[in-house]
Design a protein around this ligand. Structure first.
Ligand SMILES: O=C(O)c1ccc(O)c(O)c1
Ligand SMILES: [Mg+2]
Length: 629
């Protein structure tokens, strides 16, 4: 598959864009005229530079307001095009995109447009070039790919073809099914973009909010399935107009683009097996069966603090690593690894961020497949030198300096706890009030949220829940939950825009992204609150006003409200399904703990409680015993 991307999708100058696009692994690039004009170098220089980066120019674009003009505007449009043909020949590309006209003088008329495009095709043919016609969703007379195809069909010239763009079709809620009846060899080029479902003017939506396939809400897969069915085998190109990406890191955006495009075409290949899509061999998205462990980097006073906290939470220290300064803490099947090594990844994370989560172990159906899929989608493998008797557990670098290990049953990797740790931990011996990880909350800058959600949804069988607003007294935090198909593994992505919010100040201290809280589930929140309190765990105090409001919102049996108030437990429900939660105070780094009791039918995370919980955390200050580093 010829993976391509438009220069407009990436920030920076032309050289920075090309460098990022080339390193991400793309085959080719659409040269946006603006990027070309802004560059100081002849068209020939640009063409050579693109090829020196190992890229092909797949398309030159856009050429606007061409068809259906009255004279003398019509002749002027042809003259203008001839000058662009000169540029294309110097650049070394044979295809230009003509987008449907928005010109006030455009007369319309399918046959008039077809005549103009036939003549243009003929002029292009004389120079060995081709022209492709795209319906803009807001085109004056042509704004539907079916009309654009009818024009191209009637133009009936081998050098005039159709250009399809998923945004213009799906953004107007047109079914892509009609694409199936277009001959594949009449489609000259295909552009893909996704977008979030927001009601707004089409042009504004398109120019500012497009995003990578899988990052938005459009059915780009359905669109590409229809394209694949035609036998089209030309470039598939990302054309993403997005304000955040324009200001983002060029290589991150290019890598996300590559990852999203490969995952998309792999999905299409699986549902449209007749279509021949040439892609590297790629295992399916792996199934996440659970969180096998969470690893903290902790040293000195912070190690003492964390160890005390784990004891208060009911964990037992069940093992010590044979070769390294690493302890294994366990409660039932919940495993927390505490790494105090001065060298290696944990050492580096501690030096940079202090007490923080440095590694997440995911239990998957196949650790080998997880690694292969991640690598093919552009993730970097992660490895550290192995000591005697240590298992080689597949791992990758995630985003923001994170590391993920993959553990499965089939390769015997789950034996790591017995192999590498002294002490023979059994789950039964460590039973306590906490039963599992309910969710892991990953905090990041708002502009990094799409990269993170794409990371999880493209590698794993996980899906996004609707984005919600979490109201911090000092600003809004956007929260997007990602969960496994069985809904047991949940990761929340919290994107902060200002560092005055709890999440924002945490992101700032952690250089962009880190796990801000761990939420454990319990089967009886009142028992858990009592057990933890008697261990010395300080539950975050919640003000009386909150409980007065709860009494007004819900019909509680007599003593429930009193019990909630007495234990500082927060409450929410969804269609009658109850949800209980209580919190710790913050640590110096901003990390904290949550305990929840969730009815299986409750899908949220207690967002209505967030403003009161966050205000309480800001008021309560640091957890006792937390060294103020
Ligand atoms: O927003 C535009 O004008 C524009 C230009 C060229 C395209 O290919 C497109 O999809 C949109
Ligand atoms: Mg387009």
């Amino acid at each position: 598959m010829k993976a391509s991307i438009a220069t407009v999708s990436i920030s920076g100058n032309l050289v920075e864009k090309l460098k990022a696009i080339s390193s991400a692994g793309f085959y080719g690039v659409e040269i946006f005229e603006q990027d070309f004009i802004a560059h100081d170098g002849t068209p020939r220089d640009v063409g050579n530079m693109v090829r020196d980066f190992g890229l092909e120019i797949t398309l030159f674009q856009p050429f606007r307001d061409f068809e259906c003009l009255p004279e003398p505007l019509r002749s002027k449009a042809f003259d203008r095009m001839e000058r662009k043909f000169d540029v294309m020949q110097e650049l070394g590309t044979d295809l230009v995109l003509i987008c449907s006209s928005v010109h006030p003088a455009s007369l319309g008329g399918i046959d008039r447009a077809a005549d103009d495009l036939r003549e243009l095709g003929q002029r292009a043919a004389e120079r060995g070039l081709r022209v492709g016609y795209e319906a803009l969703a807001w085109g004056r007379h042509v704004n539907d790919h079916r009309d654009a195809w009818e024009i191209v069909r009637r133009a009936n010239h081998p050098n005039t073809g159709l250009i399809l763009d998923s945004f213009h079709t799906l953004g107007r809620k047109l079914s892509p099914e009609s694409i199936r009846s277009i001959p594949g060899d009449r489609i000259f080029f295909v552009q893909v973009a996704d977008a979030p479902a927001i009601e707004m003017d089409l042009l504004y939506w398109s120019r500012h909010f497009r995003n990578m396939p899988g990052e938005g809400d459009l059915d780009v897969k359905h669109f590409m399935q229809a394209v694949a069915a035609t036998g089209y085998d030309g470039p598939v190109s990302l054309e993403i107009f997005n304000d955040q990406f324009r200001g983002g890191n060029p290589s991150t955006v290019a890598l996300d683009g590559y990852r999203s495009l490969m995952a998309l075409m792999d999905d299409v290949r699986r549902v449209e097996p007749e279509a021949s899509i040439d892609l590297p061999d790629l295992p399916e998205r792996v199934v996440v069966e659970g969180i096998e462990f969470i690893e903290f980097a902790a040293r000195g006073d912070e190690l003492t603090f964390l160890s005390d906290l784990l004891m208060q939470l009911g964990f037992s220290r069940v093992g010590i690593h044979r070769n390294k300064a690493i302890a294994l803490w366990q409660q039932g099947n919940i495993r927390i690894v505490v790494n105090s090594e001065t060298a290696g990844h944990a050492g580096a994370v501690w030096s940079a961020k202090g007490l923080s989560v440095c590694d997440i172990g995911l239990r998957v159906n196949s650790a080998g497949d997880a690694l292969r899929r991640a690598r093919t989608l552009g993730a970097k493998p992660f490895a550290q030198p192995l000591g005697p008797g240590e298992l080689d557990i597949p791992a990758i670098r995630g985003l923001g300096g994170s590391v993920f290990h993959f553990i499965d049953a089939e390769s015997g990797l789950a034996e790591v706890w017995h192999q590498e740790f002294e002490g023979k931990p059994t789950a039964a011996a460590t039973e306590g009030p906490l039963k599992a990880f309910d969710h892991i909350a990953q905090t990041m800058n708002y502009q990094d949220m799409l990269s993170w959600s794409l990371f999880f949804t493209s590698l794993f069988q996980m899906k996004k829940l609707p984005m919600i607003d979490v109201v911090d007294p000092d600003g809004l935090v956007r929260s997007q939950a990602i969960e496994s198909e069985d809904r047991k593994t949940k990761i929340t992505l919290n994107g902060a825009e200002t560092h005055r919010t709890l999440a924002g100040s945490f992101a700032a201290k952690h250089f962009g992204a880190a796990v801000q809280h761990l939420a454990f589930s319990t089967e009886d929140v009142f028992d858990a609150a009592e057990a933890l309190s008697s261990n010395g765990f300080e539950i975050l105090p919640i003000p009386g006003n909150y409980y007065a409001d709860l009494a007004a919102r819900f019909d509680f049996p007599d003593d429930l409200l009193e019990r909630l108030r007495a234990a500082n437990i927060l409450y929410d429900e969804e269609n009658g399904a109850p949800f209980f939660q209580f919190y710790s105070r913050q640590t110096a780094g901003g990390l904290f703990i949550e305990i929840v009791q969730r009815d299986a039918a409750y899908s949220g995370f207690g967002a209505p409680n967030a403003p009161f919980r966050i205000a309480a955390q800001k008021r309560a200050g640091l957890a006792k015993g937390m060294p103020a580093t």
